[in-house]
Ligand binder design. Structure first.
Ligand code: ZN
Length: 242
């Protein structure tokens, strides 16, 4: 690790310590479902659009129905996050012993929770990092998990993730009636559209080139002059094709 990286890491840990120590230097307290959360206005405002709008100029004690906890909360303070669970850590939704949790259901669920928290609190940097992480996870994830991520990407308006997942679902070969059990009908229609487009593209790639003996087109690509020798058909080819 370079000395610059080391110094950035230590600065980030200083902020994280503020979170861990809770009340120290806190200037706002949120009451979240009966529990008190001590926080620091300027840190929340710097990273979260939600807190920038919500807590500026308001009293020291505010009621909230939700608060970013876990990874989203740590990211607010430290600007750093690991979106995948610790390898071998026992996790819900992962029965596999010794799993590295790189793309299992548990890892996907954790990333989706982080994405939802990032979007709902307006922490765009975290949303982008999570989107990137999910894009690489889905390449190896089960098709059920890919469909789950596809729906989340639609809900959260994450276009890159939508594109990646919709192509994976299209390539899965699952028939529309099976897709319809997991996805809304308009999403199934979009997947079918993709399949049609890619089969047309494949057909044009697979199409054999014209035999070498075939004669060149009579008129090639030219605009119709409208002269007496131009038949109406040739004129229209020239205008449309060039
Ligand atoms: Zn796992």
């Amino acid at each position: 690790m370079s000395s610059l990286e080391e110094s950035l890491r230590s600065l980030s840990l200083d902020y994280l310590n503020l979170l861990i120590n809770g009340q120290a230097f806190s200037d706002v307290t949120f009451s979240v479902e009966g529990r008190l959360v001590h926080a620091h206005r300027c840190i929340l405002a710097a990273r979260s659009l939600f807190f920038r709008k919500f807590s500026v100029g308001r009293s020291r004690r505010l009621g909230l129905t939700r608060y970013p906890r876990g990874r989203a909360g740590r990211f607010l303070y430290s600007g750093q996050v690991s979106i995948v669970p610790q390898k071998h850590e026992p996790r819900p939704n992962c029965g596999e012993r010794g799993c590295w949790h790189t793309h299992c259901t548990s890892a996907v669920d954790l990333a989706l929770d982080t994405l939802a928290a990032a979007r709902s609190f307006g922490v765009e940097q975290l949303a982008l990092l999570t989107q990137k992480q999910l894009s690489s996870m889905v390449e190896k994830a089960s098709i059920d998990d890919v469909m789950k991520v596809l729906l989340a990407s639609r809900k959260q308006d994450m276009h890159q993730l939508w594109t990646t997942c919709s192509h994976l679902v299209a390539k899965s070969g699952l028939p529309p009636e099976v897709l319809a059990k997991h996805l809304p009908i308009d999403v199934v229609a979009k997947i079918e559209e993709l399949r049609i487009k890619s089969s047309i593209a494949r057909r044009s790639i697979d199409a054999p080139p014209p035999p070498p003996s075939s004669p060149p087109p009579r008129h090639g690509c030219r605009r119709g002059s409208g002269g007496p020798e131009d038949s109406p058909n040739e004129t229209s080819i020239g205008l449309v094709g060039c």
